[in-house]
Design a protein around this ligand. Sequence first.
Ligand SMILES: [Zn+2]
Length: 277
Amino acid sequence: MKILISADIEGVAGVFNSEQTRAGNGEYERARRWMTEEVNAAIRGAFEAGATEVLVNDSHGSFRNLIVDALHPRAHYILGKPRYLGMMAGLELGCDGVMMLGYHSQAQGRGVLAHTINSFAFARVQINGESLGEAGLYGGLANEMGVPVIFGSGDDQFIAENKHRFALAQWVQTKVAHGHSSGLSLSLEESQVAITQAAVSAVRALAQRSTPLIPAQQEPTALTCRLTTQGPAFADLFCTLPELVRLDGVSLEFAAPTMAHVIRMLNSMAAMSFMLR
Ligand SMILES: [Zn+2]
């Protein structure tokens, strides 16, 4: 049984401020160690419950936050960018379940450090009229590939936003959001213990099922992705891609056959946005 852990940093216990999520300062150096320890806690749980292989996808920012020499020796690590499947790279290697660790709620919401993929460029992402955050988009991608989301950890807003989407998942609330940069956190130790316990239950429950939980998608569907940008300059830039349709000053739209296609488009635009920094 092969498990993929997609690990972000904003939902890790103790992380509340953007400084803790950006390289180049002491606060970040501490926070990336907490992220590494939460990942190790999830890996321990997965192996304890019978996983035979654990892949970890470093899913924040530059995709190289985990402190490699402090990571669990039995798991394997997907680091660096670009990657076609972004936060879910590793699924293409064949996985039985996905864990979303240290995740956060969507842009415009009330969660700690809430954003969707790129806070600099994207104000809102909607798929077929529904506003989705990273968990909705990337969890949708996993489901499309026939892989269930079995675990999620992050703040209360992240859980409230996604609980109904992934009925099979175990959830760990690492903190309660009081605002974008404030809230009430578990201690690091308490959070790590809860993550190990939930990982054990999640992987055990997966192992006990003999039939596939979700059939992989055979036929393409018609998805419409509407993107609200953080300003007209972003929409000007992104619309140099021929398949985008400009709707107004800050909004654009494109059609996609799969969630994988949507995610590749969004990540391409996120990369383009560096031109405007
Ligand atoms: Zn992140």
